[in-house]
Ligand binder design. Structure first.
Ligand SMILES: [Fe+2]
Length: 208
């Protein structure tokens, strides 16, 4: 029995600077990732059943390579819509301090995050927390799968594929979309993702 995922739904109507039309199209794209993740899992299972689960089988190899694209496409959109569920305002002091930690202050973190999101190409800006140190750093994810950090926890997730804003802004106006993202950002949702910091003693033991 293969794993099957069910598309989730969000009621995000009425966001500021991100239109309902954009959201409707975006939800449809997200559902495509869920569908394709399920399809790939089924097709890989069929290959295994038919004795074709071999590295020399080109079909098996291609299906397996695509799984990271489709699965991350599904999961990153869920993080994105979850942290867009009508928020804005200011982060709590706990989250503000956590984000500021590696950058000196919150404003520098925010400017860096916006700069990462403004980079050319399609992908994601993600503020990832290292559960071992608690440090949060901003990263560029190409497509959906290149650049995710193993074991790190996504705290703030922003889609910067053009489909996320092309009906509301010109391609060259991505900074305006990024401003809109922050205006709608659900800080409590981001805060709920923070993880506790492992004690240094545990880390030392692990290294030995
Ligand atoms: Fe997207």
């Amino acid at each position: 029995m293969t794993q099957s995922y069910t598309p989730r739904r969000w009621n995000l109507s009425g966001l500021s600077g991100i239109s309902d039309r954009t959201l409707e199209i975006h939800f449809g794209l997200y559902e495509g990732y869920v569908k394709n993740t399920n399809l790939l899992n089924e097709q890989i299972a069929e290959k295994l059943k038919a004795g074709q689960g071999r590295s020399t089988d080109l079909g098996f190899s291609e299906l397996t390579r695509r799984l990271g694209f489709e699965y991350n496409g599904m999961r990153l959109h869920e993080y994105y819509f979850d942290n867009l569920t009508g928020g804005g305002g200011d982060p709590s002091s706990r989250l503000r301090d956590a984000l500021a930690n590696a950058y000196g202050d919150f404003e520098t973190w925010k400017a860096d995050f916006a700069a990462v999101g403004g980079m050319r190409g399609v992908g994601w800006a993600i503020a990832y927390q290292d559960p071992a140190s608690g440090r949060i750093t901003n990263h560029w994810i190409g497509l959906h799968e290149d650049g995710n950090l193993a074991g790190f926890v996504p705290i703030v997730v922003m889609d910067v594929w053009e489909h996320a804003f092309m009906f509301d802004y010109k391609p060259s106006e991505r900074p305006r979309y990024i401003e809109a993202f922050f205006a709608n950002l659900n800080w409590p949702a981001a805060e709920s993702r923070l993880v506790g910091i492992k004690q240094e003693a545990d880390t030392v033991q692990t290294l030995r």
